[in-house]
Ligand binder design. Structure first.
Ligand code: KG4
Ligand code: ZN
Length: 345
């Protein structure tokens, strides 16, 4: 394939983002610009993302961000080969804003439109950052998703495990809220855990030992609530101990679940001489204890552990642009301008 450049747009949750990414002839990806506007301030007072506020904020910010992305990349719309936008899954209001904007640009410029699945963006990022080849495993742990996915190729994904209730980031956020810590909860819980005793409480390790690769985190949250109620009022040390014990339970659970996933990968691809790799994505991948756990697990099982830079692990538009480039390079057809956003996909 030749040298390609794509404009990417991401609006599926509470980040408004636009980016221009290039794909060189040798397949290498290069981020020419990557602008992200987080709506954290708009939502923090509510302790979570408010869909209506998110949709309005996307409307206000997106046009300016697209212009900024093109300006920083120093390219005009004429020089862009296609427009890629997240068309699901996510909050419908935001998806409509992003996809409609992309359609308008595609229509006005005569360039092809690529409607991208947000999860495909997360799944393919490591090919841009690390030149990873197929197949590999990806663990996506964010506020909305907890999935272990086998990435076989562009457009070929097999979900090996998912959560049957809360997403992992959601469990961190709910635990934080329960303990009176600020939103988003992940960083707050991690910080408090640093001065806590991870052995003080033995919280449940949901699904550990089960053959299927799914996750469950709502029981853990309930156990945290019980412990907190029993010993209330909570001292700062109590909060730290609960956070440390919660994080320990999460790490042990991931160890078991992902360990089984790596084992299954080894069995499935035993006949192939490949460089085995586990990629993490999503905001929870910022957690140092979780990273250490996964890294150690990968060493034990002979896998490369790949954690793209945090900025590319969390929601961004470069991953959407890159997914579009991968599709173009594989000569997938462009999407029709009538394509509809899909909240669930
Ligand atoms: O990928 P992400 O930025 O986007 C959404 O899912 O929208 O993930 C955000 C999630 C939140 O639930 C947040 O609490 C969690 O990632 N998170 C963390 C940490 N940093 C962010 N969880 C655990 N430890 C962290 N250090
Ligand atoms: Zn995401």
């Amino acid at each position: 394939a030749s040298f390609l450049r794509i404009l990417g747009i991401e609006t599926s949750c509470d980040e408004t983002a636009a980016s221009v990414v290039a794909r060189h002839e040798d397949g290498r990806g290069e981020i020419l610009s990557d602008v992200v506007l987080s709506q954290l301030d708009e939502h923090s007072a509510y302790g979570g993302v408010v869909p209506e506020i998110a949709a309005r904020a996307h409307v206000e910010a997106l046009d300016g961000l697209v212009e900024e992305a093109l300006r920083r990349a120093d390219v005009s719309l004429d020089e862009i080969d296609a427009i890629a936008a997240t068309s699901g899954p996510g909050l419908i209001g935001g998806l409509i804003v992003g996809l409609m904007t992309a359609k308008a640009i595609a229509r006005a410029s005569g360039k092809p439109l690529l409607a991208i699945n947000h999860l495909e963006g997360h799944a393919l990022t490591a090919r841009m950052t690390d030149g990873l080849s197929f197949p590999y495993l990806m663990l996506l742990v964010s506020g909305g998703h907890t999935q272990l996915v086998l990435v076989r190729g562009v457009g070929e994904y097999e979900r090996w495990g998912t959560t049957i209730d809360d997403a992992l980031g959601e469990a961190f956020d709910k635990t934080a809220k329960l303990l009176g810590l600020p939103y988003p909860g992940g960083p707050a819980v991690e910080k408090a855990a640093q001065s806590g005793d991870p052995e003080r409480f033995s919280f449940p390790r949901p699904m550990v030992g089960e053959a299927r690769l799914d996750f469950s985190f709502s029981g853990l949250k309930t156990a945290v609530r019980q412990a907190a109620t029993e010993i209330a009022p909570l001292s700062e040390q109590d909060v730290a101990d609960i956070c440390a014990s919660f994080q320990r339970a999460v790490s042990r659970t991931l160890r078991d679940r992902i360990g089984r996933g790596l084992q299954r990968f080894k069995q499935e691809f035993a006949h192939l001489d490949i460089d085995r790799a586990l990629v993490v994505a999503g905001g929870v991948a910022a957690n140092q204890e979780i990273r250490r756990t996964l890294q150690a697990l990968c060493i034990e099982h002979g896998f490369r552990f790949i954690a793209p830079p945090l900025r590319l692990c969390t929601d961004n538009a470069a991953m959407i642009a890159w997914a579009g480039l991968e599709r173009l390079a594989e000569e997938f057809p462009a999407d029709d301008l009538n394509v509809a956003p899909r909240s669930r996909w």
